[in-house]
Design a protein around this ligand. Structure first.
Ligand SMILES: Cc1cc2nc3c(=O)[nH]c(=O)nc-3n(C[C@H](O)[C@H](O)[C@H](O)COP(=O)(O)O)c2cc1C
Length: 403
């Protein structure tokens, strides 16, 4: 008997030690629905966004981290989104008298403090317990626009409240359920969202090998779709997309325009012809993006297709650009290539994981100060000056046009 009690006590002590070690390794996490998301609430020091990804990997549970960080298949397109910025150079300009450049600008009638906004991304709750409500607070503090995914893990109302009246756009994934589409657009409009982003590059989900290997299932509910349309907790991304409309045509742009008085931005354009079709169907802005390399592996980098699309759009509507923006020089190059503003996806989520809403502010502060340095060294006082800047192409591709 004594022996059994001794063995049981030892086992209990070992279990206690294991549990304690796990807690100490991850002091910023809480168990929520069996999934541990960060509860940090602190400013963060950002040296570079690539470093942030490495740090975020330490605190976001691995399935959630892979869902956020990953791309489609081999992730070549995802990586190229960043490396493509090296295809062009910025001429250093001197004797220009530029001093303390002004990063403020405006888009669709909204003034923002820097030409960088938050891209819509699903399930911020994977990174931090405050989820999109936390991101919205940080983005508002940074003085820019928060885009909110249909698949957010906070409700549209929680996010609107957290933003405290700061500008927010709602991103719509069309559902097969027409009543749901109308209801959620109405709700966004009532809550004060200032534009509808219609994402058109995801009629089905990309083949994301990391999620397939992890058999990734959303550990948290996606409340804006879960209530009215489908159950999302415990579902993989494939099942979530299955409730979405899998065939999207120009008629859908007209349909969404008919549902709302708000501007409709068409997101996921990667070809000049598609930009033309979207504008003719009524798009109020074009969002050039390859979804951060999460859809079609083997597609070009988003930055590579931007100049041709900008030429086609020819300033008829504003252009928003994303996929691969990590540094001030990326922002500069995208704007010099035809974008009016750019958006960041993963960097916002990493900031949220590492510091909550304060971490999100730190990420925008870093990009803003980095952009100001680039603007100074490139002799541009304002965002309009960047738009007039000629970049220097490098001969890195087979077809090397302007050299
Ligand atoms: C975790 C994650 C979830 C995303 N979810 C959505 C979404 O729900 N709707 C959407 O239009 N785009 C979504 N995107 C794409 C982003 O809006 C954006 O295009 C992309 O993140 C930009 O690339 P970047 O992460 O390199 O900045 C998502 C991206 C990530 C990383």
């Amino acid at each position: 008997m004594k022996k059994i009690i001794f063995i049981l006590s030892i086992s209990l002590i070992v279990l206690l030690i294991v549990w304690l070690v796990m807690r100490l390794n991850n002091p910023d996490s809480v168990v929520k629905s069996g999934y541990q998301a960060s509860t940090r609430n602190t400013k963060i020091i950002v040296y570079d966004v690539e470093g942030l990804e490495r740090q975020a990997k330490q605190i976001i549970p691995s399935g959630g981290f892979d869902y956020i960080a990953g791309g489609a298949e081999t992730e070549k397109t995802m990586r190229r989104n960043i490396s493509a910025f090296d295809n062009v150079d910025i001429y250093p300009r001197v004797l220009t008298g530029v001093d303390n450049p002004d990063t403020s600008t405006s888009i669709l009638g909204i003034d923002i403090s820097l030409p960088v906004i938050a891209a819509p991304a699903a399930a911020h709750g994977l990174a931090h317990v405050s989820a999109e409500a936390g991101s919205a607070r940080g983005v508002a503090q940074a003085g820019t626009i928060m885009s909110v995914s249909t698949y957010a893990s906070s409700t549209l109302k929680e996010i609107a409240n957290a933003g405290g009246g700061a500008p927010q756009w709602f991103q719509l994934y069309l559902s097969k359920d027409a009543d749901f589409n109308r209801a959620i657009v109405d709700q966004a409009e009532r809550l004060g969202y200032r534009a509808i982003i219609l994402t058109v590059d995801a009629p089905i989900g990309g083949n994301r090998w990391r999620d397939v290997r992890n058999d990734f299932k959303f550990p948290l509910e996606l409340p804006n779709v879960a209530k009215k349309s489908i159950k999302t907790k415990g579902q993989g991304i494939g099942a979530v997309f299955a409730a979405a409309q899998n065939k999207i045509t120009p008629y859908d742009i007209m349909r969404v325009k008919g549902m709302t008085k708000l501007p409709v931005i068409v997101k996921g354009i990667q070809h000049p012809y598609d930009a033309e079709v979207a504008i003719r169907a009524g798009a109020d802005a074009i969002w050039v993006s390859n979804h951060g390399g999460r859809q079609l592996d083997g597609a070009p980098a988003a930055f590579e297709v931007l100049p041709d699309i900008a030429r086609q759009v020819n300033k008829r509507v504003p252009i928003i650009f994303d996929s691969g923006i990590r540094r001030g020089q990326h922002v500069f190059k995208a704007i010099a290539s035809g974008a009016d503003v750019v958006a960041i996806g993963r960097p916002v989520i990493y900031g949220l994981a590492l510091g909550g809403w304060r971490g999100v502010v730190s990420v925008f502060d870093y990009i803003k100060s980095d952009l100001k340095r680039v603007m100074t060294l490139a002799g541009t006082q304002t965002i309009e000056d960047i738009k007039k800047t000629q970049l220097r192409p490098r001969c890195v591709t087979v077809r090397c046009g302007n050299i």
